[in-house]
Write a protein that binds this ligand. Sequence first.
Ligand code: BG6
Length: 380
Amino acid sequence: MLTKKIIKENLNFILFGASGDLAQLKLFPSLYELVWQKRMPAHYIIFGFARTQWTHAEFRDHVEKSVRTHLDHVDDDLLSELLAHVYYVSGSYDDGKSYEQLAAEIHRYQPDPSAKTLAYYAIPPTLFQSVTQQLGGMRTQFSGPFHIMIEKPFGQDRESASDLFQFILNYFDHDEVFLLDHYLGKSSVKSILPLRYYNSVLNFLLQGKEIANIQISALETLGVEERIGFFDQVGIVKDMIQSHLFQVLALLTMSMPVDEAVKNIRREKGNILAALRPDQRPGSLVLGQYKGYRDQPGVPPDSNTPTFAALRCYLDLLDWYRVPIYIRTGKRLSHKHTYVTIEFKKSIFQENTRAQPNRLVLELFPSEKFKSTWSINMEN
Ligand code: BG6
């Protein structure tokens, strides 16, 4: 069973990009969930920071609307409790004065001078460096631990990612930087390793030899809408595959680490990612763009940015090298469904029959569950 961790140290949570899409769609509802699960520390404050001119009250209205829109059951008292910890500073991302104001406001509302500070970058990557530089100056005014949290895209390729990391290390130590993939926070994704640990039969089957293929699908109904500026530069492959879906693949196929130490998990995952080989044969990669994508404001009329991708790849590892891995994902499709299908080789009882192969399905959305379909040949 997964245990819920309570945040013990008092917390200053700074949300850069507080007026944006990510904050509204995911982060405010998640903060509410933390309050609902009683995981927040005794003293926490949440500071939104963005260019939009808002008062604390206007920002709280925005947070409230987001929580009510994106969650089904909202408890009014808990929501009020969350909102009572929410504040806002409007400012410019590269202006030192805005950060002085932010630091002063945090000190004003946070009773614990050694509270931990966590700065979340829900901002376009073009702002990462200025915000990091400014935070590097501001952190001297805080005596508690100070972390920054960055989600993808982290650079456009290996070289630019490495340059960005080197830049950040001028201001923060390695262990003060959290690089985040929100898929790893989904409870079904978090369950993959424990499930493999505690179910030796399943773990045995997941060693490649018995598997006919793996299919990872993330189908979405939403288009790109307000995130077009970001998405058109990045496309669906970097947005979904090299980040989230490769993480899921690694968790399923990696050798089990001896324990949960980060370095051991990272090493085993790294082995999988290093062994990934795209299938170069024609037809192994299909890209598409949804109808109407180019008509959206902000999209160049000749944009070829894919919003759909399906690919076949392999792992160059002894147990896996003949197992095709299919990954497909797309926007504006008919329904939202995120799932992994592990199809097993037919057993000797199924061979030469029309029986469907056995499958194990890991559902990530809409429900979070595992299910298996076993098929028996009833013909004889
Ligand atoms: C984000 C991508 O990281 O994940 C989005 O940038 C995508 O394009 C989203 O829609 C999907 O996440 P979820 O949790 O809604 O499946």
